[in-house]
Design a protein around this ligand. Structure first.
Ligand code: PDD
Length: 294
């Protein structure tokens, strides 16, 4: 299957697997009208869901936080996602799943209380990060974090993230690192943020202002396991400007080196030694995961 011919992909919608082209949702779905829903993105290596329990737990937390009842049991999610994976030929994939509050015929901010959630999931080929980025890193700018105060919920409502991504592009940058009204770094537009100073890794502590990233958690564990100092600490923009290294992390990009910040080189302007170590350990960790599952 050619990964770019999306019409050949099979998707899951409300209990059925079907060609992507045949999948249709109602115009009255609250996800469409209000952005009233939550989502997850889960990487799949060699056909195996990576950190499935953690992603499922975060989905459960997001659903609870917005008062949508989880439409499936943990095992039903597992079977659904594994079936989806098996229907596609790619070894490495990433699953996108979303649950909206469902269809409500009369538009009203207040949801009816008997709605049936809409469940959608599909998968994509997961490509390794481009060699050029591994060797040279990405350019980011800092931007005011214009989002709401519940960024720990993985909500589908991503308009501010889209706007900030566009603002970064307009300034010839690949992404943005977001700064709260208090002047503290929160995260990237779709990733968590890390910096390194004098051999120590820093990342902002978990709060309502950022998503508790699963990749962030894996990086923390790897750092601890290999005695690389990592501190969860508030990071001011001034501190970020003095960083030796900056990284972003997400399920689809793993740990991504940032080598230009607001037009200035970060450290030497090349991906740094601590990132290289963490990235090598991350690849090793993935390999062990694949081996343990086969
Ligand atoms: N985004 N912060 C935000 C705002 C994110 O959207 C993401 C991931 C992360 C990293 O979380 P994790 O390591 O669990 O992927 C942090 C996904 C990949 C997306 O929206 O496509």
């Amino acid at each position: 299957m050619n990964p770019s011919t999306h019409t050949e992909q099979t998707v899951y919608l409300n209990g059925l697997f079907m060609p992507m082209n045949d999948s249709k949702i109602s115009t009255q779905d609250r996800g469409f009208l209000f952005g009233d829903g939550v989502y997850e993105v889960i990487p799949v290596y060699n056909g195996q869901l990576f950190r499935f329990e953690e992603h499922l737990q975060r989905l459960t937390n997001s659903l609870q936080a917005v008062s949508i009842s989880n439409p499936l049991s943990d095992n039903e999610w597992l079977v659904l996602l594994n079936t989806l994976i098996e229907k596609h030929p790619w070894q490495d994939q990433y699953i996108y799943l979303q649950v909206t509050r469902g269809i409500q015929m009369q538009r009203d901010h207040l949801p009816d209380n008997n709605l049936t959630p809409t469940v959608y999931a599909y998968t994509n080929p997961l490509k390794p990060v481009a060699e050029n980025i591994i060797n040279n890193g990405i350019r980011v700018i800092t931007l005011e974090d214009i989002r709401w105060l519940k960024c720990d919920i993985k909500a589908i409502t991503l308009l501010p993230n889209v706007m900030m991504k566009l603002a970064a592009k307009a300034q010839n940058a690949d992404d943005a690192i977001l700064v709260s009204r208090e002047g503290l770094i929160t995260e990237g537009t779709a990733s968590n943020a890390f910096m390194v100073k004098d051999g120590t890794i820093f990342t902002p502590p978990i709060s309502h202002q950022l998503l508790p990233g699963i990749t962030r958690q894996v990086i923390e564990r790897i750092a601890n396991a290999h005695n690389i100092p990592l501190i969860e600490q508030n990071i001011s923009e001034a501190m970020l400007n003095e960083a030796d290294e900056i990284w972003l992390s997400s399920s689809t990009k793993e740990a991504l080196p940032v080598t230009t910040l607001n037009g200035h080189a970060v450290g030497t302007g090349k991906p740094g030694p601590i990132w290289k170590k963490i990235n090598a350990y991350y690849q090793e960790y993935k390999q062990e995961f694949i081996t343990s599952k086969s």
